[in-house]
Design a protein around this ligand. Structure first.
Ligand SMILES: Nc1nc2c(ncn2[C@@H]2O[C@H](COP(=O)(O)OP(=O)(O)OP(=O)(O)O)[C@@H](O)[C@H]2O)c(=O)[nH]1
Length: 259
């Protein structure tokens, strides 16, 4: 398991936000909604009897039928809002929800929580209609919690990404770990490619103009070749190709998604 010390720090932030906030908006990545649902956050919210709303951010990266299908499943447990911080999706629904929640309260604090890189800061900026929170494709850019005034009586709590105790490789597949910091990028990229080959192989064709091979490593080689990532002796620089694929996944350039 990776970085237990940091994880403990993050868990204590989650606990603090969960006791300070009246409501929790859990942000998930609409492409991989179930992988980016955070069991620690959901468990803590249940224990503390806090209302939790799941915001499926990056909805612009998935087709509508997929987003609706996921929403229907998750709604059996929690309310769900489809959202995009980049395109105008879900903003009015969130605004209405906030109005409803703040109707009877003098001041309401909304904790914005989720894995690193799911778009918590982008979500806050989209609601605020300006940049108040730092965004970046690099996971882990938000440090410490920050209270942001949204309306006269509504505050948002911006937080760093909360992970659970898990392997770097699994975090990388969730876009929550910087590919450059991975010790085995080729293995991780193979895992990602394997999943994409099972779920939506055409995404690799669309992104890299290659015909995917059913073997992930061979597909990675084809991608490296296509990108001209060649090292001495004409060999393909697989590490470079692996990091490129993982970054493209983080940046939403590979149009794959799954339940
Ligand atoms: N396509 C798309 N990309 C998005 C959306 N929201 C955020 N992103 C991108 O996702 C990346 C991460 O966004 P952030 O808002 O920095 O994510 P965060 O959850 O605050 O990240 P940490 O600070 O690492 O916890 C950035 O590259 C954003 O541009 C969205 O709705 N659609």
């Amino acid at each position: 398991m990776e970085k237990p010390r940091e994880w403990l720090r993050e868990k204590s932030i989650a606990k603090k936000v969960l006791s300070d906030a009246d409501v929790i908006f859990e942000i998930v990545d609409a492409r991989i909604p179930f992988e980016t649902r955070n069991s620690v956050i959901e468990q803590l919210a249940k224990e503390r009897n806090k209302k939790l709303v799941i915001v499926m951010n990056k909805a612009d990266l998935v087709p509508q039928w997929f987003a609706r299908k996921v929403k229907k499943i998750i709604e059996k447990e929690f309310p769900v809002v489809l959202f995009s911080s980049h395109k105008n999706i879900g903003k009015r629904e969130i605004d209405n929800l906030i109005k409803e929640l703040s109707h009877k309260k003098k001041i309401i604090k909304i904790g914005v929580l989720g894995y690193p890189n799911v778009g918590k800061s982008s979500f806050i900026n989209a609601l605020k209609r300006k940049r108040v929170a730092t965004t970046s494709p690099k996971p882990g850019m938000t440090r410490g919690e920050k209270l942001i005034k949204l309306y006269r009586n509504v505050y948002l709590i911006d937080t760093p990404g909360i992970i659970t105790l898990e392997y770097q490789s699994d975090l990388a597949l969730k876009c929550s770990w910087i590919p450059d910091k991975l010790e085995q990028p080729v293995e991780v990229a193979q895992k990602l490619i394997d999943r994409i080959l099972r779920e939506r192989p055409e995404a690799l064709e669309e992104t890299y103009g290659i015909e995917p091979d059913e073997e992930p490593l061979k597909t990675l080689e084809k991608i490296g070749k296509k990108l001209n990532y060649v090292i001495s002796g004409g060999k393909i620089d697989l590490e470079r190709a692996a990091r490129k694929v993982l970054w493209d996944w983080i940046k939403g350039k590979i149009k794959a998604y799954w339940i």
